[in-house]
Design a protein around this ligand. Structure first.
Ligand code: 4AD
Ligand code: MG
Length: 451
């Protein structure tokens, strides 16, 4: 029986025999009596197994090591006065797979750094166990949100010929066939995608509302707690939507996700609140009930100038790219909650963003949130062919490889907008976990490729 089901039905099963399979989280015992905390992966909490020395193999059972896989037959006993509402009184315990003595998890708390060295075992430690289920639940929240609103899920390619963000920080694809490196497999330069946006835009001009949700890759050589070389991104794209509509969807999506995980990953969120971030539930609930503020980049620069003594980088001027200390100041000190910064100088943003009437700024937004900084980046896209071409030329871009993208402006192009939500950063935001390496199952960062 699965522990999840048992937890739902333990009262009616009182006195009945059941069988469980799972892994040993703790095993403590005296000469006559022992307790195993068993986890079978179906629910956050463990089940307590009580065993007595009347088991044939009591001695063997009392030595079962942490991490071992076991099968237990026993009687369900409701324990209203106990710490847990029920326990299992074992009639037999068999070891299905023992865990050797060099098992790397022990009862004590290990450091995050140590855990990153053992990604094959760390999901069994509580923080990661909670995190990777939260990851799964949040993925479903994202799909639910968009599917309920009629958005079409588009699978954009991982291998591409374009650097969508134009930042040049890409992983290139080399090919080996029959043991030999093949120089010209695609007969053009191929790389891993940094964003699905350019590939999803044609679908927005077909289905109106679409999204892509998959891994993206960036060769940013910055070792921060918020950047990974491989991360997941959700990128919706909406035809006939302007920047304000875009921000409305971002805000609705984030609030929906918060409510969804509080309901569907309640034990995991309670764990994070207890062990990682002492007000994470209150904090995210407050966000779900608040109105996100909107502030122009120009206004933000004024706030930063007024507070410049607080920053390491005190050279604050209109046109600068904000650094994370500036972004955090704005959401943590000025607004004290999520804030959209809008209308950035065109020079510090991507080529596809729509030029505003002032000729200096673009219709872009970044959502900044406390603890994490930039969580979402979005914009209204430049739908005017000539303006897009001249912007690309100004930036010294080659038009040829992106003629297909330009053509969309000639084949029924219209106002459209979209954004990218950093999925891993959203997990950091929800849980209070401070390093992106601890929200990804197999983190990839510079000089770090374990397994
Ligand atoms: O702001 P970015 O670069 O925007 C785009 O890629 C657009 N094409 C999105 C769009 O409009 N469709 O990235 C979007 C988000 C960031 O706000 C951040 O949350 C996350 O992706 N992100 C990263 N997350 C982890 N590691 C990295 N190296 C990241 N780079 C960006
Ligand atoms: Mg960005």
């Amino acid at each position: 029986m699965l522990v999840k089901k048992l937890k739902e039905r333990f009262e009616e099963l009182d006195g009945k025999e059941i069988m469980l399979q799972g892994w040993v989280r703790t095993n403590r015992n005296s000469k006559k009596l022992g307790f195993i905390e068993l986890n079978d992966g179906t629910t956050f909490s463990n089940v307590q197994i009580v065993y007595l020395d009347d088991l044939d193999n009591y001695k063997e059972v009392s030595k079962i090591t942490l991490g071992s896989a076991i099968e237990v037959k026993g009687i369900v006993k409701v324990t209203p006065e106990g710490k847990q509402p029920f326990e299992i009184q074992a009639s037999s315990i068999d070891v299905l797979g023992a865990s050797d003595h060099d098992y790397p998890l022990q009862k004590k708390r290990h450091s995050f750094e140590y855990m990153r060295e053992i990604p094959h075992v760390r999901p069994r430690a509580n923080t990661y166990y909670a995190m990777f289920r939260l990851r799964s639940v949040l993925s479903m929240a994202i799909h639910r949100f968009f599917q309920d609103r009629g958005f079409v899920y588009v699978h954009t390619p991982e291998i591409t010929g374009n650097d969508a963000e134009g930042a040049g920080e890409v992983f290139t694809v080399t090919t080996r066939c029959d043991g030999k490196y093949e120089e010209d497999f695609f007969q053009k330069h191929a790389q891993l995608t940094v964003s699905g946006q350019l590939h999803v835009e044609p679908f927005a001009l077909t289905y109106r509302n679409v999204y892509t949700f998959g891994p993206t890759f960036r060769a940013e050589n910055s070792n921060t707690t918020r950047h990974a070389s491989e991360f997941w991104m959700i990128e919706p794209e909406m035809a006939f939507a302007d920047l304000s509509d875009d921000m409305d969807v971002i805000e609705d999506m984030i609030k929906y996700c918060i409510r969804y995980v509080l309901e569907n990953a309640s034990e995991e969120m309670a764990f994070f609140e207890k062990m990682i971030d002492h007000d994470c539930i209150t904090r995210v609930k407050k966000v779900a009930d608040s109105k996100f503020e909107r502030m122009s980049y120009t206004e933000a620069i004024e706030h930063l100038k007024a507070a410049k003594d607080q920053f390491e980088n005190q050279d604050i001027f209109w046109g600068m790219d904000l650094q994370s200390e500036h972004e955090r100041y704005l959401c943590e000190q000025v607004v004290k909650g999520p804030v959209f910064l809008t209308d950035y100088p065109k020079e510090i943003k991507a080529f596809y963003m729509r030029l505003n009437d002032d000729g200096k700024t673009v219709a872009a937004c970044d959502l900044l949130v406390p603890y994490v900084g930039e969580l979402v980046g979005g914009s209204q896209r430049e739908e005017r062919y000539d303006l897009l071409v001249s912007r690309m030329q100004e930036m010294g871009m080659e038009l040829e490889g992106l003629q297909w993208y330009l053509d969309l402006r000639r084949f029924g192009g219209c106002k459209h907008s979209g954004f990218g939500l950093g999925f891993d950063r959203m997990l950091m935001y929800l849980s209070g976990v401070q390093n992106i390496r601890d929200v990804q199952p197999y983190p990839r960062t510079p000089r770090n490729l374990i397994f």
